[in-house]
Design a protein around this ligand. Sequence first.
Ligand SMILES: Nc1ncnc2c1ncn2[C@@H]1O[C@H](COP(=O)(O)OP(=O)(O)OP(=O)(O)O)[C@@H](O)[C@H]1O
Length: 267
Amino acid sequence: MCTRRLSPGCTQLRYCQSRANWAGSVKVVDPLRVRDVSFSYRRGILALRKVSLTLRPAEIVGLVGANGSGKSTLIKTIFDLVQTASGSIEIGGFGHRLAAAKQQGLLLPSEDYLPEFLAGSEYLAHLHQLYELPLVDTDIAELFDRFSMPGRENDLIEDYSHGMRKKVQLIAAFMLRRPFTAIDETLNGIDFDGLRVSERHVRQMRDDGLTVLLCSHDFSLLERSADRIILMAAGEILGSFDTATILAEHGSLYSFVDQELPIGEPA
Ligand SMILES: Nc1ncnc2c1ncn2[C@@H]1O[C@H](COP(=O)(O)OP(=O)(O)OP(=O)(O)O)[C@@H](O)[C@H]1O
């Protein structure tokens, strides 16, 4: 149960209203709905083949597949970074190309391209402006502390290490708290403390009713955090599997994937 105080601009307001409505038996808005989406790159590579998936409120979903199986392309289509010719995508009930949908979701891409000419705190302030959210400066300082970067929030991003840039992206996600957040490999390459803090924040977001898609090759991270696993191969979704059931029946996500995706299968 969310115990946060809700201001009119609160990012959770729409979700909590949905949830309140649900209590009155009105349908909950799914944070993500993808229907029959296909996508080809210019050179004719069919990266997505009629992909459909739905993410529900308050879940952490792991996205797993071999290199080249289409995970990042799927995430790029969701966030309208590449344009699909077929199918439909809704974020928080809005068509994914609408500004309202863009307010509902946040992508942490696998690359750590950040504006190097800004300080970490300035970058976070800009993001808050973009999402029309109030910013509490002390929250930034506190999160930089928590991510083992005390006092570095006013340094230029160009002076940050690779892992620090990833932590700034994660801090953004944990401050903006969108109904739907996709984390594409951002947790790779951060230190143990950063990983522990991030996992706690991700779980807290889920417990507060928000939804996180975790795209990662780190199976132990997914075993600890994901409620279910979506498996991709060759641009298709093979299925969605409950993590607890995978662990009960196969012992590990590794064994499960080893069985589902035999060596030599096309990506
Ligand atoms: N910019 C691009 N131009 C042409 N083909 C691309 C481009 N980006 C990806 N592809 C192709 O699309 C397919 C899916 O790639 P994608 O990056 O989505 O896979 P992935 O599952 O995210 O892989 P990884 O685990 O390596 O990140 C691959 O065949 C890849 O070669």
